[in-house]
Each structure stands twice: as C-alpha cells, then as structure tokens.
Write a protein that binds this ligand. Structure first.
Ligand code: P6P
Length: 338
C-alpha cells in the first residue's frame, strides 16, 4: 500500500478535504524523496556539504543541506493550491503562498533537516513536520492562530534519512511507517499502528550537558547508571533518536540547561509533532511540568524542554523532577539494582 492510498483509507473518505490531505502528504513525501536523493549523493555533488555562512533565528550556522531542504519544501508546495503558509526552522517569519491562500486553509510547520551536524559525516538526519488548519483569515499576517497547543495539529510526522528512507506519520488514528523503495520511487507501508513499549532499555540525552541540568536530572542519570539494563544511545539527531525510542522503547530527554533554560528543541516543528506521534503510539511527552501537547507557544520559534518515550520511563524521569521516588520503578529487565 502506498502513502496516498493509506491516507485516504485512514480518512475513510474520498471527499475534497480528504483528497487535499492525501495530496499534501504526497507533496511532503515528494520533498522527502528529493532530500533523500541529495543526501545519498551529497559527497559527490558540488556545493552540497558544509556551511552557507548564514545563521538562522536560533543563532545556529545554516548548513547548505538545511537551506537546500528548506527550498525543496517551498518548491513542492508553490503553485499547488494546497498550503497557504509555511513555518520553518530555517525562516525567521511565516512564509505566505498568496496564490494558494485563497483556496487553502492549511499551514505546514517543519524542520527541513533536523540534526544537520550529522550530514557531513554521513549519519542519519531527518525532516519533521506538522500540519495545522488555519483559524481565521490572518489578515495581519501575524500567524496568531498558530500559537495554540499541539492538540490542534491535524497531522504530524517525520522522514528519517538512514540506511533506508522511512516516512512516519499519524493523522490521529495511530502511527504508521513507510519505507521508500527507490526502484519504484514510492513509500510503501512497512508498519501499521506502531506502539511504543511500556518500558524500554534506551535512554537518550547529551550527558555532556550534565552540569548544566537541574539536580533532578543528575539524580535520574545516576539511577540509570546504577541499573545495568539501561543503554545510553544518542546520535545528536532527534529524529533518529526518537525513532529508536518509538520502535524499541525507552526515553529521550533534552532538559533545560543553564545556557538554554527552555531547552534547545523547538515546540512547533520538533517537540509538538513528535509528542503527537508519541501519544498516538501509547507513549508520553512532557516538558517536565506539562504535557507537551498542552503547551501554548508564545512565538513560532519557542523552545521547550522535552522528555518523550515509553510511559514508564517518562514517569521515572518525572518522579525525580517531582522529588519522589517511584514506589515501584520500572523493573529492570532481570537485573537487580546495585
Ligand atoms: P546537542 C540538532 O541540532 C538538534 O536540534 C536535534 O536534532 C538534536 O537532538 C539536538 O539538537 C542535539 O543537541 O546539544 O546534544 O548537540
């Protein structure tokens, strides 16, 4: 089954709205194919790797692949009549497509290449996206209607550029993954209704920031260090680290630090889409204080801390934040605590 067939089946509807959503998903998939193709040949293509010399609104140096992927998403939706507004990590302001705004009520929010520090060393990177329906006319072009909690997302997903290119999405009816068959140029269904295990062995965070965290996170990390069953897994690219948690269980954390008290990850096009997927897969996503999907952003590039993954493992982290030991911490698989 192809992605567009699956979307229509999920909607159980073949009306104009359903056709629009299916077409939008197809366009996102097309962007993924173009980015995947560029990545697989990046080492051979003139001017594909390295830095552009510019900085984005986050103050991060923009890599050529960031800029290429951002332009790909713009080009696949230009003149499509499908999406009116784009919000991207790589663009300071909302990007309007006036030729589509008269007929489309959708906004695409995306991180075109997440984890781009991995591009030059041929490690996995990803694109993250969320689709929202526009509320009101946004005549002042402030995008105020986008500053609402993640529950408003219609669709969320990501494309993981790894040994194979995998497209994962949810339209609110479970989480499903598709694998790109390059010989067909199609994403083919590979897993339906993915469920995050209640508990898993992986914990994923940058321990290099340990002395910048609040003490509760250091207490948590000391706990997992003392229990043999846990494995630290951190690639420096959120999409790959989250995909491991989605498939095998465990927890990914990016806590606030003294340098970035709100954390590093952006709510609208990183944490909220993944939180939508996590909850659809029976997992959990919190900032430490609130469910990620309840957070109302105050601007389109707002950051939040992120703790996301298996319900039991997220609860264990929360128990340290709330200063209480879990009566029954997740039983390490077959190993007593030291
Ligand atoms: P650090 C990549 O820049 C990113 O936004 C995520 O993909 C990744 O999880 C995180 O930042 C890595 O940040 O501080 O550990 O290098």
């Amino acid at each position: 089954m192809t992605l567009s067939q699956h979307v229509l089946q999920q909607l159980n509807n073949f009306g104009p709205d359903a056709q629009d959503l299916s077409a939008i998903m197809n366009r996102i998939a097309f962007a993924g194919k173009l980015v995947s193709r560029r990545l697989t040949r990046a080492g051979l293509v003139e001017d594909a790797l390295g830095f552009t010399g510019r900085q984005n609104i986050q103050g991060e140096s923009v890599k050529k692949m960031d800029s290429y992927a951002n332009d790909v998403f713009i080009s696949v939706f230009q003149q499509s009549g499908l999406v009116c507004r784009l919000v991207s990590e790589e663009m300071d302001d909302i990007y309007y497509m006036p030729e589509s705004c008269s007929i489309s009520r959708y906004t695409l929010l995306y991180d075109p290449i997440d984890g781009s520090s991995n591009v030059d060393i041929n490690l996995n990177v990803g694109s993250i996206f969320a689709l929202r329906r526009q509320q009101g006319d946004d005549t002042d072009q402030t995008g105020a209607d986008l500053l609402t909690p993640g529950h408003e997302q219609l669709v969320a997903g990501y494309i993981l550029y790894g040994p194979s290119t995998v497209f994962v999405y949810s339209i609110g009816k479970g989480v499903h993954s598709f694998t790109l068959d390059p010989s067909l140029g199609e994403f083919i269904l590979s897993s339906e209704n993915i469920q995050i295990p209640e508990h898993g062995p992986n914990y994923s965070l940058n321990e290099g920031n340990m002395w910048q965290w609040e003490e509760s996170f250091r207490d948590y990390i000391r706990y997992v260090h003392r229990h043999e069953v846990y494995s630290g897994r951190y690639s420096g690219a959120l999409v790959g680290d989250f995909h491991r948690i989605l498939m095998q269980g465990g927890v990914f954390l990016y806590p606030g630090t003294t340098k970035n008290p709100a954390g590093k990850l952006r709510l609208l096009y990183e944490s909220a889409p993944l939180a939508f997927l996590a909850e659809q897969a029976n997992g959990k996503a919190t900032t430490g204080d609130h469910s990620v999907l309840d957070v109302k952003p105050d601007h389109i590039h707002m950051r939040t801390p992120l703790i996301i993954g298996s319900r039991e493992d997220v609860a264990l982290v929360e128990s340290f934040i709330q200063g209480r030991k879990l009566e029954q911490p997740p039983a390490p698989l077959g190993v007593s605590s030291i």
